[in-house]
Design a protein around this ligand. Sequence first.
Ligand SMILES: [Zn+2]
Ligand SMILES: [Zn+2]
Length: 195
Amino acid sequence: MSMKGLRRFVEAVEIPPPPPPADELCEFCRAVAGSAHGHVVDTEKRALLCSCRPCYLLFAHDSGRYRAVPDRYLAGTRLSAGEWEGLGIPVGSAFFLVGEHGTSAFYPSPAGATECLLNLDAWQALRERYPLLTTALPEVEAVLVRDGECFLVPVDVCYQLVGLVRTHWKGFDGGTEAHQRIDEFFAAIRARAHG
Ligand SMILES: [Zn+2]
Ligand SMILES: [Zn+2]
């Protein structure tokens, strides 16, 4: 290549714009998904995939391996302290996921989502009493409970809560900031569920 050719080559190179953060790219087609994107569950890996709108719509109402997470919030059920204790969960808030092998319970902890043993008989009795607990679509929706207050939420909301706890929880009791952020998080869910 002559010097002239090299120069033209060098001049033609443009510095590309910085790529958007990885979590804003669609994990199916690599298009920019934007900050308020939807998610698709890979039910084989139990993983959440960030998704642009067209890819999200491709998997809406799908019941195969990939399923779009619906944007549905419901509230209106409150468990008594005794009902909650009957489930055998050692903390005040947890979420329940329905999968192929039945219901699993998890609670957010500084180490991430921690699975806990669930008294299945007590859970079944509550499901018969409260229709909200039977409404979650497998894999893509969850029942989230805090101090007895039950919400049906998109499953990605539970992972947001897990991330919030992992990032902000300090020491044994979490600290003021963590509790304030968790309160705000639940206030937003409540507003969505009733609005
Ligand atoms: Zn896409
Ligand atoms: Zn995402």
